[in-house]
Structures are given as structure tokens and as C-alpha cells.
Design a binder for this molecule. Structure first.
Ligand code: ZN
Length: 107
């Protein structure tokens, strides 16, 4: 881990926007236990791609027995921003090239 915890209010480079890496495992899946803890503690899980404010996690929605959809919402209300980050099935779509591109061509 090259970086320390980011302090609230600290501007982050655009490439770090979206869900923070510590909530996502090497396969690009949300780490459920950390996500649930963030929900319980009402801490943030990411940076808004649109306005750069923080993203607050929602409790995952159980879609099927094996699938949960995750959502994180910008702390700014709809009208101000209201951007939502979706992770269907816990899979995070990050635009970064560093990730293994396994999202296309599903198994
Ligand atoms: Zn926003």
C-alpha cells in the first residue's frame, strides 16, 4: 500500500475516483465484509466520479441466491449531484487499465 488513508476533503486525482481500492479485491469484486462494516459505521467507500465528493455505501440488494448488487451514492443530493456507483453482482467496473479485463466475455 503506497498511500495512507485519504483524509476527508482531500482532493483526489481523477483516476482514483470511484470505489476505493481497499474495498475491492484483486478480481475486481467488492469485499463484502468491509462493505458491510462501512455501512454499519457509515463511513465512505469511494469518491464520486462526477463531483469528487464521497460515496456512501448502501446495503447490498439480494438479487438471487448467489448474486448481490451493491450501490454507493454520492453524499450530495440528487439535483446537486446524486451520482450512483453500481456494482452488479459485486463486480466493479473500473476504467483503469491496471485491472485485469475480465468483465467482457463472461465465462
Ligand atoms: Zn457527486
Amino acid at each position: 500500500m503506497p498511500t495512507q488513508e485519504t483524509l476527508p476533503g482531500t482532493a483526489q486525482p481523477a483516476r482514483d475516483r470511484g470505489l476505493w481500492a481497499r474495498f475491492v479485491d484483486a478480481d475486481g469484486l467488492i469485499i463484502h465484509s468491509l462493505w458491510m462494516r462501512a455501512c454499519a459505521e457509515q463511513t465512505y467507500v469511494g469518491t464520486c466520479r462526477r463531483c469528487g465528493d464521497h460515496l456512501r455505501p448502501e446495503r447490498p440488494m439480494q438479487v438471487t441466491a448467489t448474486r448481490q448488487d451493491y450501490e454507493a451514492r454520492c453524499v450530495r443530493p440528487i439535483g446537486t449531484c446524486g451520482w450512483t456507483c453500481n456494482a452488479p453482482g459485486g463486480r466493479v467496473f473500473r476504467g483503469s487499465s491496471r485491472d485485469r479485463e475480465r468483465t467482457k466475455g463472461d465465462r
